[in-house]
Design a protein around this ligand. Structure first.
Ligand code: PEP
Length: 257
């Protein structure tokens, strides 16, 4: 397993933008990303409608596209679902899975194993698996135990990650959209634990590339504190990814060194 990956900055647009605004935001971000000499990757996660056009027409080697969620099924009679195969055919490279909003509002904790199994076994998409504790769990000192349970559940149907690239996004739920943040030191402790857990779970079948990124109220004023550690492989950004100027400032300045 490669010890660290190229830094990755992910913008999760959620259900915040209409079709035209999504295309316009993507255009601005594209203009602000040079094609050469950039030492990190940017991933944009629009909703499914603009995703098709943006991903299909993408020519920027430093920008990748992905979906905000996946179906637990590969294809067939599942009304309302979008298949991974379809996303891959559009050129998508990443797939977000287990975001706390999906776990909270769509009761997805119980189908995490099926979703991860579908991604790992039926696609080449790179999963960005979100984990993290709520405030009560944090106050009770359960952060590591909660994450361990989430990882064990998510990977319970998978025996090997050989050859795969896997991203885990550590997102303390109480820090999402609240303006509250953790220190980089605290993030590093949790990220190292996550890495240890993956190593313990997959021993001889480790992923080819593996990184843990941080998410939760990252903005132009605080992103620098997460910079510079190989244990923080990148950032998952919600609100600040909706402002091209802010997102570009973070994306174009987030490196290990
Ligand atoms: C998120 O929803 O994953 C997130 C990190 O949002 P925000 O940056 O707005 O806290």
């Amino acid at each position: 397993m490669k010890n660290f990956i190229r830094p990755i900055i992910i913008g999760n647009w959620k259900m915040n933008l209409d079709y035209k605004s999504s295309l316009s935001l993507a255009k601005k971000i594209n203009l602000g990303r040079s094609q050469k000499g950039i030492k990190n990757d940017v991933v944009l996660l629009p909703d499914f409608l603009p995703l098709a056009e943006l991903s299909l027409k993408n020519k920027n080697k430093n920008i990748f596209y992905g979906a905000q969620d996946t179906s637990p099924f590969s294809s067939g009679p599942y009304t309302g679902e979008v298949s991974l195969e379809n996303l891959e055919k559009l050129g998508c490279k990443y797939i977000l899975v287990g975001h706390s909003e999906r776990r909270q509002y769509f009761s997805e904790d119980k189908i995490m194993a099926l979703k991860m199994e579908n991604i790992i076994k039926n696609s080449k998409l790179i999963p960005i698996l979100c984990v993290g504790e709520n405030l009560k769990q944090r106050k009770n000192g359960q952060t590591v135990a909660v994450i361990k349970k989430q990882l064990q559940e998510a990977f319970s149907k998978i025996k090997s990650l050989s050859g795969k690239k896997i991203i885990i996004a550590y997102e303390p739920i109480w820090a999402i959209g609240t303006g509250k943040n953790i220190s980089a030191k605290e993030a590093i402790v949790v990220h190292k634990k996550i890495k240890e857990m993956i190593v313990a779970m997959f021993k001889n079948n480790l992923p080819r590339e593996f990184g843990v990124i941080y998410g939760g109220s990252v903005n132009v004023n605080n992103f620098k504190k997460f910079k510079g550690s190989e244990d923080i492989s990148g950032l998952l950004i919600g609100s600040s990814s909706l402002r091209a100027k802010d997102f570009l400032k973070i994306a174009n300045n987030f490196f290990y060194v």
